[in-house]
Design a protein around this ligand. Structure first.
Ligand code: C2E
Ligand code: CA
Ligand code: CA
Length: 759
C-alpha cells in the first residue's frame, strides 16, 4: 500500500468517526431536548391536574359541609315534635365530624338555638347578636337559597371562618334557617400532602382581591396576607397572578426563583370568586419524575461519553496502526530517517513541480565495511545514526528531505541552485561527520564521498536523474580522495555509457555481423590511378546507429578485443577480394589496421596465413598497418615478426607517422614497405606559416624513398593539399578529397567494376 492510500484511508476513517461522534452528539442533544419537552409537558399536565384536584377538594369540602346541613334539615323539619333538649343534642351530635365550630338554627319567630363544639348550647339567640356577614347570609337564605357567607372573624376561636346557611323548607315554604361556621384553615389543611408539590411548594386560597384566605401549612406562619406579600416573586409575575385572580382565569405562569425554574398557577375555584394560587419549582412539582428524567439523562450522558470514548480509542487504535504501517513502509528502521521509497515519492512531487532550483546529494561513507568489521555492527549502526542526526540538523530549508538508501548511502534533496552554496553546505556536513568519534580508544577518521546533480540541467525522468547522482558519486569514489565532492558531468557520463554499451555488446555484435567493412581508396599521385584502399571498420548497430572506430577502438585496445576484431576485418577483406577476383575484377591492395596486441600474440602469422589461404588470396594484396608506437617497446621481436610476415608476402605500413613521438630511429630500425604520414602533418604543412613543416615532410619523403619505402599522405582534403604533396614527392594520397570511407559494396560499384579484365 502506498502512503497516499494509507492517508486517504485514514482520512475516510477520520470522517467516519467524526460523523458518528457528531450523530451521537446530535442524538444526545435531541434526546435531551425532547426529554426536557416531555418533562415540561408532563409537568404542565400534572400541575394543572393538581390545581384541579385542589379545586375539587375545596369544592368537596364545601359540598360535604352543605351535605351535613342538608342532612340536618330533615331532623329540623320535625323539630316541633321533639323535645327541645333532644333537638339541641341532635344539633350538636350532627356535627359528628366536628368540622363546624358553631351551628345555629333560627325558626320562623327568629328564635335561634346555637351549639358550639365545646358543648355550649345557647337559646334564644337573635340574628342581631351575630356577625354581620352571617346576618347577611341568613337574611338571604330566608329567600330559599343556600348561601355561603363572606369570611368573618370568630372571636371564640380567634380564626377566620365562613358560614354555610341553608334554608329549612316544609312544603316548599321556608320554615327556618340553619347555619354552620367553619374555620377557613380547614381548607388550608386539605391543600397539604397531596403528594405532588415539593416541601417548598405553596398553595394559597385567595379571594378576588388577592387577599389570602388560607394556605398550605408551610406558609401559615409567614404572615402572607396578600399575594403581594410574596417576597421571592417579582412584581411582573405578581401582576400576572393578580390579573388571573381578579379575572377568574386559569393561568400558568413560569417564573424564576433564585435562578431555578418555577411555576405559578392560578385556578379559580368557582366559589365566591375565590382562586387557588400554587407556586412551586419545576423540579419540585414532580420529584420522582424529575429524578427519573435526571437518571435517564445521566445514564444517557454516561453512555454517550462511553460511546465517544470507545469511538475515540478505536480511532486512536486505527490511527496508531496506520502510523505504524506508514513507519514500516516509509522509514528506515535503524536510523528513523526516511527510506528510499519515501524519498522517491517526495522527489516525484518535486519532479511534478518541475523544480529547477535544487540538487540531490549522495553521501557515502568511505570504507564502511572496515568500520563494520573493526568496530562491530553496533558501533557502525551508531555511526549511521549519528550521520542521520547531522544531516537532519543541516536540512533546514523548506521542502528539503533526505533518506538512507541502504547500508552507508544517504540521499539529500537540497533546495540550492548555486554550486558554491551547495558545496559550502555539504562541506559543513562533511566536517561534522569527520568529527564523529567512534570510540574513545581508537579515533578512526570517518570520511565520505559525495556526488550530486542539479535538477536545473536536467529535463527527463526522475530515475535517470538519480542515475546521474549515482554516476557523480561513483566518480567521487573512483577518485580515491577523501571527502571528495563530484558534480555530475554529462559528457563524462555519455562516454561512460557508451563504453558500457560497447563492452557489453561487442562480442554479440561481432557474432551477428554488426562490424562492417568500409573502404577508403588510395590514389597514385603521379597519374591519379587507383592504387589501393584502407579497410576501416564501422559498427552498425541493429537499430541502425553508426558507431565510429574512435569510440571503440581505444577501448578494444584496452580490453584486448581488438585482436579478434582485426583478424575479423582481415577475413572480411579477404572475402571481399575473393568475391571481386571471382567476378573477374583486377584486385587492389588493401591495408588493414592491426593493433599492436596482435604482434605479441602467438600464432599471429599462422592465423593470418590461414585466412588468406582460406580465401585463396595472395598475402601480397594485404598491407598491414601498424602504429609507430609499436616499435618503441621491443624492436627485435617486432622486426622478427615483420620479417616472417614479409616472407609470407604481406606488406607492412607504418601508420600515423609524425603524430606521436615520431623518431627517425624507428624508420632505421624496422623494415617496412610503406610510410603513412599522419594527417596532422599535412594540416600543419598546408598552413601559410607551415614552411618548416613542409621542409621536414619533404626530407622524410626523401629519406623514405632512399630506404625503399613508398609514402602515403593521409588527410588529403583539397586540391591544394594534393598539389602540395605532389610537389613534396609523395607517392600516394588518401583523403576526403578523393573519397570518404564507403561501404565495400559501394566501393565495388565505384572503383572495381571498371577494373574488369578484358580477355
Ligand atoms: P587511421 O588508420 O589513421 O584511419 C584514417 C582515419 O582518417 C579514418 O578514420 C578516416 O575516415 C579518416 N580520414 C580519411 N580521410 C580523411 C580526410 O581527408 N580528413 C580527415 N580529417 N580524416 C580523414 P576512421 O575510420 O574513423 O578511423 C579512425 C581510426 O580507427 C583509424 O585511424 C584507425 O587507427 C582505427 N581503425 C579503424 N578501423 C580499424 C580496424 O579495423 N582495426 C584497428 N585496429 N583500428 C582501426
Ligand atoms: Ca590506418
Ligand atoms: Ca592513419
Amino acid at each position: 500500500m502506498n502512503e497516499l492510500k494509507l492517508k486517504q484511508n485514514l482520512k475516510k476513517i477520520t470522517i467516519f468517526f467524526v460523523i458518528i461522534s457528531f450523530l451521537i452528539f446530535a442524538f444526545g442533544a435531541v434526546a435531551s431536548y425532547s426529554l426536557d419537552q416531555v418533562f415540561k409537558d408532563t409537568m404542565y399536565q400534572q400541575i394543572n391536574a393538581q390545581a384541579i384536584q385542589y379545586k375539587n377538594s375545596i369544592n368537596k369540602k364545601i359540598q360535604s359541609g352543605l351535605q351535613t346541613l342538608y342532612a340536618l334539615n330533615s331532623l329540623i323539619s320535625f323539630s316541633e315534635y321533639i323535645q327541645p333538649e333532644v333537638f339541641e343534642n341532635a344539633l350538636y351530635e350532627s356535627n359528628n365530624k366536628l368540622v363546624f365550630f358553631r351551628m345555629v338554627y333560627f325558626d320562623t319567630n327568629g328564635d335561634g338555638i346555637r351549639v358550639t363544639t365545646n358543648g355550649d348550647i345557647e337559646k334564644n339567640v337573635k340574628p342581631e347578636d351575630m356577625n354581620e356577614n352571617i346576618q347577611k347570609a341568613i337574611k338571604e337564605a330566608w329567600t330559599g337559597e343556600t348561601i355561603i357567607s363572606d369570611i368573618y372573624y370568630d372571636e371564640g376561636i380567634e380564626k377566620n371562618v365562613i358560614a354555610y346557611v341553608v334554608p329549612v323548607k316544609k312544603d316548599d315554604k321556608v320554615t327556618g334557617v340553619v347555619a354552620a361556621s367553619q374555620s377557613i384553615d380547614t381548607f388550608g389543611k386539605t391543600l397539604d400532602n397531596q403528594g405532588i408539590l415539593s416541601d417548598n411548594g405553596i398553595v394559597m386560597l385567595v379571594d378576588k382581591n388577592g387577599e389570602v384566605l388560607t394556605s398550605s401549612t408551610n406558609l401559615l406562619n409567614k404572615n402572607i396576607e396578600d399575594v403581594k406579600d410574596l417576597k421571592s416573586i417579582d412584581d411582573k409575575t405578581k401582576d400576572k397572578i393578580i390579573s388571573g385572580i381578579s379575572n377568574l382565569k386559569s393561568s400558568n405562569i413560569p417564573l424564576k426563583i433564585n435562578g431555578s425554574l418555577c411555576y405559578a398557577i392560578v385556578e379559580p375555584v368557582d366559589i365566591k370568586g375565590w382562586s387557588l394560587v400554587i407556586i412551586d419549582s419545576a423540579t419540585g412539582i414532580n420529584r420522582s419524575m424529575y429524578q427519573n428524567i435526571n437518571i435517564t439523562r445521566v445514564t444517557s450522558i454516561i453512555s454517550l461519553a462511553l460511546a465517544i470514548i470507545c469511538i475515540f480509542s478505536g480511532y486512536r487504535q486505527i490511527k496508531k496502526s496506520n502510523d505504524n504501517l506508514l513507519k514500516l513502509a516509509y522509514y528506515d528502521r535503524l536510523t528513523g530517517a526516511y527510506n528510499m521509497e519515501k524519498f522517491n515519492m517526495l522527489l516525484d512531487e518535486m519532479w511534478d513541480k518541475q523544480d529547477k532550483n535544487s540538487a540531490v546529494v549522495a553521501i557515502d561513507i568511505k570504507q564502511f565495511k572496515f568500520v563494520n568489521e573493526i568496530f562491530g555492527e553496533d558501533m557502525a549502526n551508531k555511526l549511521l545514526y549519528q550521520i542521520k542526526t547531522i544531516i537532519d540538523k543541516n536540512i533546514h530549508k523548506e521542502d528539503e528531505f533526505f533518506c538512507r538508501e541502504n547500508a552507508d548511502l544517504f540521499f539529500i534533496f537540497m533546495r540550492e541552485a548555486e554550486q558554491q552554496k551547495i558545496v559550502d553546505r555539504v562541506n559543513v556536513l562533511i566536517s561534522q561527520i569527520k568529527s564523529i568519534v567512534l570510540s574513545r580508544h581508537q579515533q578512526y577518521p570517518i570520511s565520505v564521498c559525495c556526488g550530486m546533480a542539479f535538477t536545473s540541467d536536467f529535463i527527463g525522468e526522475k530515475q535517470q536523474f538519480m542515475t546521474r547522482v549515482m554516476f557523480a558519486l561513483n566518480r567521487a569514489k573512483l577518485s580515491g580522495k577523501s571527502n571528495n565532492i563530484k558534480f555530475y558531468d554529462l559528457e563524462l557520463h555519455k562516454t561512460e555509457q557508451m563504453q558500457n554499451y560497447i563492452e557489453s555488446h561487442m562480442q554479440e555484435a561481432l557474432n551477428s555481423g554488426e562490424f562492417k567493412l568500409f573502404l577508403q581508396p588510395k590514389f597514385k599521385l603521379q597519374d591519379g590511378s587507383l592504387y589501393g584502399a584502407e579497410a576501416l571498420v564501422r559498427w552498425k548497430t541493429n537499430d541502425d546507429k553508426m558507431i565510429f572506430p574512435d569510440q571503440f577502438i581505444p577501448l578494444f585496445e584496452e580490453n584486448g578485443f581488438c585482436t579478434k576484431l582485426d583478424l575479423y576485418m582481415v577475413e572480411k577483406v579477404c572475402k571481399q577480394l575473393r568475391r571481386w577476383i571471382d567476378k573477374g575484377y583486377k584486385p587492389i591492395n588493401i591495408s588493414v589496421n592491426q593493433s599492436k596486441l596482435l604482434f605479441y600474440k602467438e600464432n599471429y602469422v599462422e592465423r593470418l596465413c590461414n585466412i588468406t589461404r582460406k580465401y585463396n588470396i595472395s598475402p601480397s594484396l594485404i598491407t598491414l598497418e601498424i602504429l609507430e608506437g609499436l616499435a618503441l617497446n621491443n624492436v627485435d621481436e617486432l622486426n622478427n615478426k615483420i620479417r616472417k610476415l614479409k616472407q609470407k608476402g604481406f606488406k607492412i605500413s607504418m601508420d600515423d607517422f609524425g603524430s606521436g613521438y615520431s623518431s627517425l630511429n624507428t624508420l632505421g630500425n624496422i623494415d617496412i614497405d610503406e610510410l603513412k604520414l599522419d594527417k596532422s602533418f599535412l594540416m600543419i604543412a598546408s598552413n601559410t606559416n607551415g614552411h618548416r613543416q613542409r621542409l621536414i615532410m619533404e626530407q622524410i619523403i626523401v629519406l623514405a624513398k632512399k630506404m625503399n619505402m613508398y609514402t602515403v599522405a593521409e588527410g588529403v582534403e583539397t586540391k591544394e593539399n594534393e598539389q602540395m604533396i605532389k610537389e613534396l614527392g609523395c607517392d600516394f594520397g588518401q583523403g576526403y578529397y578523393y573519397s570518404r570511407p564507403i561501404s565495400a559494396k559501394e566501393f565495388g560499384e565505384k572503383y572495381m567494376k571498371e577494373r574488369k579484365k578484358h580477355e
